[in-house]
Design a protein around this ligand. Structure first.
Ligand code: G3H
Ligand code: ZN
Length: 276
């Protein structure tokens, strides 16, 4: 069933659990996430990033497919726009029925991030959509802030009060697009942010964090756990293996299918780990 991100996040937040947000980039990855949710018997947030929108040249076709998959699923699935820097794209996502967006002005100065985010929040709240923002850039996105930057708890509290955001992505040691799972998270900082910031915290770049690290981060206070690369790894490894085993293979379904299955298996495993 098509759920709202607000309902999934607020349930997880109230119960001190994690909720997984997995990135989809095409129909097969949407299907893999839905299948993983079904296997794990857990709800999930499907997120589509501005980069994925750029890849397709628009949001509507993939978004409408994702909404159809979510609506037909047995488990609650919500749709979320991930890492939007373009305010027009935020409006398009809300028009299409996304219940939440991430507006990412983390590369701007604190003041500009605050002012722009506050304006986006006002417009989204008028339409019933929830907004996630980012403060203290998470690395791995060709960032402008110093690498290794951390979110300051007092600044984060002021940012939430000044913008009205519903969830906050924080920099606590993770970095985007890691293919090794050895990032060291600052759990003391997570705990401090959890005490200081009155909205659910979002962990970006979760692929670089080990299973045990993800559990500790949730226990320390993270709620929404964003994973993309780890699922891409599973999909691509299966495609590579399938193609390598049969150089004569041409039917795309015969390698995309194994990719989708492998991603569904990893999605189910992560969902069970995150929402416990
Ligand atoms: O917003 C998406 C996530 O932060 C994914 O990061 O590809 O490093 O797992 P990842
Ligand atoms: Zn991210």
């Amino acid at each position: 069933t098509l759920a709202t991100t607000a309902s999934l996040v607020s349930t997880a937040y109230a119960e001190g659990r994690g909720v997984a947000a997995f990135n989809a980039i095409n129909l097969e990855t949407v299907e893999a996430i839905a299948a993983g949710a079904e296997t794990a018997n857990r709800p999930v947030i499907v997120q589509i990033s501005e980069n994925a929108v750029r890849y397709h040249g628009g949001l509507a076709p993939l978004a409408q497919a994702a909404i159809a998959v979510a609506s037909n699923a047995a488990m609650p699935i919500s749709l979320h726009l991930d890492h939007a820097t373009d305010e027009r794209l935020v409006a398009i996502a809300v028009d299409l029925g996304f219940s939440s967006v991430m507006y990412d002005a983390s590369q701007l100065s604190y003041e500009e991030n605050l002012a722009r985010t506050a304006a986006v929040v006002r417009r989204c709240h008028d339409r019933g959509a929830h907004v996630e923002a980012e403060l203290g850039e998470v690395g791995g996105k060709n960032g402008v802030h110093a690498p290794g930057v951390r979110t300051d708890p007092e600044e984060a509290a002021a940012f939430v009060a000044g913008t009205g955001v519903d969830a906050l992505a924080v920099a606590v040691g993770s970095s985007h697009k890691m293919t090794t799972r050895d990032a060291a998270l600052d759990e003391a900082l997570i705990a401090q942010l959890r005490r200081t910031v009155p909205v659910p915290l979002v962990l970006h770049g979760s692929s670089g964090v080990s299973d045990a690290g993800l559990r500790s981060a949730i226990t320390a206070g993270m709620t929404k756990i964003n994973v993309a690369t780890q699922l891409n790894k599973a999909f691509t490894a299966a495609v590579r293996e399938t193609l390598g085993a049969d150089p004569a293979l041409v039917d795309q379904r015969r390698y995309l299918g194994p990719g989708r299955d492998a991603m569904a298996t990893e999605a189910a495993r992560l969902l069970t780990l995150i929402t416990t």
